[in-house]
Design a binder for this molecule. Structure first.
Ligand code: SF4
Ligand code: SF4
Length: 245
């Protein structure tokens, strides 16, 4: 590597180099990045197709990398080489399906809302924290764990839970046990009745139901209705509207 810039010789006082592919310094972590820069740490970005190469020559540990801004090869002579540990998601689709919670394309779980629900899922009573969410520093994982625990406690501390009245209800006499509502509901609200004369037929847990109407439209037996939005009520609204026009 004759044309490479030899960094130890070029600047002997600067002794920390960080080679990276991508860096996110969100929030106040930008200040840490700036502080590292001001203390003399050198950050060098490398390309996906041009990864750093390590070799030993004449008893020296040498790292070769191409700086994408200079467009030139660099050679760093170092005494200590530390590799950052990769974080690989579990991609636990069985768990995701069981709780009906989403995974993103990388295999991490996705929160209800980045700002309004960062430690919970859209499915009530299921919470999220730590590396299951995305790679994050330990202080952020602890804060999110505390937030998730607090959210769970606010539910457990209540003697009564008030929910919306706009929920789906199954007329179990009409249910043909096809299972469509159980599989289609994004909130796991329908389930099979375990006991009684209608055992094996669907029922909806009104606490979990969000009233989205997906199961109502999907039930081919016409067994489910959404309280406040029955067919008769919808048709009456359409009829009144058409009369008013
Ligand atoms: S979709 Fe209708 S018929 Fe099928 S299980 Fe649900 S309530 Fe029963
Ligand atoms: S109305 Fe929506 S949330 Fe409620 S049970 Fe049906 S699909 Fe689930």
């Amino acid at each position: 590597m004759d044309n490479a810039i030899h960094l130890k010789e070029m600047n002997p006082e600067m002794n920390v180099f960080i080679l990276y592919r991508d860096m996110r310094t969100y929030g106040e972590r930008e200040l840490l990045y700036k502080k590292a820069r001001s203390l003399g740490v050198v950050f060098i970005r490398f390309g996906r197709d041009d990864k750093p190469k390590v070799r030993v020559a004449d008893g020296k540990l040498l790292v070769a990398v191409t700086d994408h801004i200079l467009g030139r090869p660099l050679e760093i002579e170092t005494e200590l080489l530390t590799l950052a540990t990769a974080i690989v998601p579990n991609r636990d689709e069985q768990l995701a399906n069981f709780f009906k919670v989403p995974l993103n394309a990388d295999g991490f779980f996705v929160e209800r809302h980045a700002k309004l629900g960062p430690s919970e899922f859209a499915t009530d009573g299921v919470f999220l924290c730590g590396l299951a969410h995305y790679p994050k520093p330990i202080d952020e994982a602890i804060a999110q764990g505390q937030a998730a625990a607090s959210r769970a406690v606010t539910l457990l501390a209540r003697k009564k839970i008030f929910t919306s009245g706009t929920v789906a209800e199954v007329d179990q006499r009409l249910c043909s046990q096809c299972g469509v509502c159980v599989s289609i509901c994004p909130y796991s609200a329908p389930a099979w009745t375990e006991k009684g004369p209608f055992a094996g037929r669907a029922q909806v847990n009104p606490v979990l139901c969000k009233g989205c109407g997906l199961c109502v439209a999907s039930c081919r037996s016409g067994a489910i209705h959404l309280k406040g939005f029955d067919n008769d009520q919808i048709f009456a609204q359409i009829f009144n509207l058409s009369e008013a026009v």
